[in-house]
Design a protein around this ligand. Structure first.
Ligand SMILES: [Ca+2]
Ligand SMILES: [Ca+2]
Ligand SMILES: [Ca+2]
Ligand SMILES: [Ca+2]
Length: 233
């Protein structure tokens, strides 16, 4: 009896996992030029996506609206008219592009344009006086290249999860399941566009009853065990 119940419980969990494994959907974010909009809308494979922009400081969370920009190569963000239209950390603000899905999805990967494309060479400051550089190293080195920060909903709050992430495309190894994610510039030397984002749908209404049934059966098995142990004592 017990092994049968365990089998049913396991089947429920496996069904949940199988239901959760859906085909990937890639949103290609590039398109007709947009100099600055409050939001951009995309629709792919039955999933709706609204793209917005904000900014953040240091280890803080996104706040205050920015404008979303769009080029053939992807989407960016702009905090005022003179700001670079890419996702960047210039002008004391680090841009963040927010991805708001109309259903729960699992985040799989993002792809960038102009990422780690630095051809510039710079001299590194070796001495500062009151914040101003007063001496530079004699050799030229490649300019710092691009890294990004990642934002997601955790404990009910949309917040910064990690910074200085690197890689293009970047594949998320942890299961980020939710309906809102953000990609921002990590540092003031970062500038890029977000070319595409790949997610898979998580059909919660279909999967949850099975998952719930699995948990309930496992709970019943645990209760039977405890009752048996109590009877023997
Ligand atoms: Ca910008
Ligand atoms: Ca950097
Ligand atoms: Ca890099
Ligand atoms: Ca760049």
């Amino acid at each position: 009896m017990k092994s049968l119940l365990t089998a049913i419980a396991t089947a429920g969990v496996i069904a949940f996992a199988a239901a959760g494994a859906q085909a990937s959907t890639t949103f290609n974010l590039g398109g007709s030029y947009v100099s600055g909009a409050d939001s951009l809308y995309y629709h792919e494979n039955g999933i709706g996506l609204t793209v917005t922009a904000q900014h953040y400081h240091g280890s803080g969370n996104p706040h205050s609206s920015e404008k979303v920009t769009r080029f053939g190569a992807g989407v960016g963000a702009k905090n005022w008219s003179h700001d670079d239209p890419l996702v960047d950390g210039n002008n004391h603000y680090n841009d963040v592009v927010n991805f708001n899905f109309d259903q729960t999805v699992k985040l799989e990967s993002v792809m960038f344009s102009y990422f780690d494309d630095e051809k510039k060479r710079i001299k590194v400051c070796v001495a500062r006086y009151h914040g101003w550089c007063v001496d530079y190293d004699r050799i030229w080195v490649p300019a710092p290249d691009d890294e990004f920060s990642f934002f997601a909903e955790k404990d009910g709050e949309y917040q910064q999860i990690a910074n200085n992430l690197d890689g293009n495309p970047y594949n998320f190894i942890y299961d980020w399941i939710g309906d809102k994610f953000g990609i921002g510039a990590s540092d003031k030397n970062d500038e890029f566009l977000i070319k595409s984002i790949t997610v898979s749908a998580v059909p919660l209404p279909a999967a949850l009853p099975l998952y719930g049934a699995g948990l309930a059966v496992m709970g019943f098995v645990g209760w039977r065990k405890r009752r048996k142990a109590a009877a023997q004592a």
